[in-house]
Design a protein. Sequence first.
Length: 715
Amino acid sequence: MAIVAIVDDRVTNRNIFSKLAASIAPDIEVHAFGNPREALDWLAANPVDLVITDYKMPEMNGADFVRALRATQGASDIPVVVITVYEERSYRLRALEAGATDFLNSPVDHHEFITRTRNLLTLRRHQKLLAERADTLAQELADSERSRERAIRDSIERLAQVIDTLPVLINAVDREGRTLFVNAFETDFFGVDPVAAVGRPLAELIGKANAERNQTLDQLVFTTGRALPAFEENLTSADERRRSFLTTKTPLRDHTGAVTGVLTSSLDITAHKRTEEHLRYLAHHDPLTGLPNRTLLSEKLRGSIARARRGDKIFALHLIDLDGFKAVNDVYGHSVGDRFLQAIGARLREVVRERDTLARLGGDEFAILQSDVATNYDVAEFSARICEAIAAFVDPETPQMKSTASIGVAIHPNDGADPEELLRNADLAMYKAKGEGGNAYCLFAADMQARARSAMSLETDLRTALANDEFVLYYQPQFDVSTNAIIGVEALLRWNRPGVGIVGPGAFLPQAEENGLIIPINEWVLRKACADARIWQRDAFPLFRVAVNMSPIQFRKKNVPLQVARILSETGLDPRRLELELTENIVMQDIDAVANDLRELNRLGISIAIDDFGTGYSSLSYIKKLPVQRIKIDQSFVRNMTQDPNDSAIVRAIITLGRSLGLEVVAEGVETPKHLQGLREVGCELVQGYLLGRPAPFADISELFVRASPLAKTA
Ligand code: C2E
Ligand code: CA
Ligand code: CA
């Protein structure tokens, strides 16, 4: 539908134009006005599609009308046709200037009127369509712009929500340390108002101490323009929860790339740390007692060593080993043993101070790192206290179990530079304490290590010596000075050590007694001495005895009578030609058992001598109860006899008493004629010593027999 307005002061024209207009198209609505002002009023309120106006009208001409119309709202682009007389060109010009769209000549050609107006209406319709389309396009454009903005706004909001709910403390600060933003997790954590926080110094938010460290690190980010490597820190929340965080700091840049802020994000790793700590605890503690284990002790030792380097006091490592615990454990069972170890651990815990470290190294082995030691005396006193505590300890739950401890102590820095060396040396000292019977402590001494090392190689060498037949027997003659006859020889062990030469027993026998090699060695001695003596017996030298020295270990570990009987039968030696030398200490060890053995040996025909007499704890009255035939006065008395009247008196007393008991008395260590003289004066006739004959190999002694006793061959 189109609306057409017609303005003409003449009624006839109005009617003709109205009819013509109505005939343009079937749905045309026509409004006709005789007065242009009336028309303007109406047009101001009613939009039309085409205006047809006469030029020459009273009150207002066509040009003025067009101008006025164009000035009305929404009428700037309505097509306006002005009807003028052809000749009046100036009218046309004026109408055009005022904004007319087209002209029609008066009198109007009906056909032209209809064609022109129809075209203008069509144009108008297109115009309106275009405008509408542009409108909707603009509308649509505006709509989409709005939705895009909304989408961005939404996503920013969502991002903020995400940032707020992350379990991460997130904040950003500017160069002056003022908060640029802070997420909800952080404001919750520190219990501050998120709105008030922005723009305020961060210190007000996270506390002064935290903020100071933060500021230093932030400055680092500002100056380097680089992110910092992640670091761990502990922060305390408003409600006093202490949590662990892994914190990273990265620079925030503006569009030019300049650093304008620092973003700090701290991830809560408390749970992770707890698991880590638990695992660490398990790796550093002994599950039975809950005490630190060897690993943790080593760490503590390393720490103490480092502190000592910085000038801290010295410290001591006490290595505690329960005596005979294994056997007890076997008897009572492992659960009782475990319970006892736990109780010992608890008892030791009472002995140590806060700054000391008590550890269980495994089995029945504990260790204490005693820190802040002033003197060795402190160390010894502490060790003694541990010994006493363990010896006196009774666990009410396992009252049947009692134990003592052997403790080895190494003191830093003298006894070791690193944990391994300290442990090793404490261990050596502990074995020393154990070797001396246990229930004792022993401080490490520098020579222990060297001793332990040479002991090791000596043991190996002694085994080789046995296998390679490197041992030799020397014999030292014993004389009866009243007749000058050889009454016997003492077999003395020598080691022909490769690369060393002949070595005396003092250099290796103590070691052999400690490691048990004395048993096979002495068996060899006994067999060799018997075999040699068998040769002398066959060559019919005068009746004499071969004396063999016995070790205390043999009587403890071996059936000596049986062993001796077997060797005698193997070698074919007459038992009366064999004498065994025992020290008083052997006899005292287990008097009844040894007395039995000695009686047995006597029955076989073997004689017994007590060696080094006077140096032990026995007395003659005591010896007389034993089946002993001879005593050998120790060298020390003989040596001092000439200077010390006391020693002389002792020798005299021994000889008198010995004789009254029917015992032969031999004096050892006769080195000078003066010694011999002195012995003669006190009535001692049987002697042995360098003066009369040094220990010598088998061949030399055989020769001596021949020379010293020309009667031998005939006897
Ligand atoms: P012992 O049984 O008291 O042996 C006597 C030691 O005194 C021997 O030393 C001998 O060489 C030495 N001697 C002898 N006369 C004199 C003297 O006039 N002056 C000095 N200063 N010394 C003299 P050796 O051979 O070194 O033996 C030392 C010890 O080794 C022996 O002391 C003995 O206890 C032990 N021993 C030696 N051979 C054996 C053995 O085969 N088995 C065992 N179990 N012990 C042995
Ligand atoms: Ca001897
Ligand atoms: Ca002796």
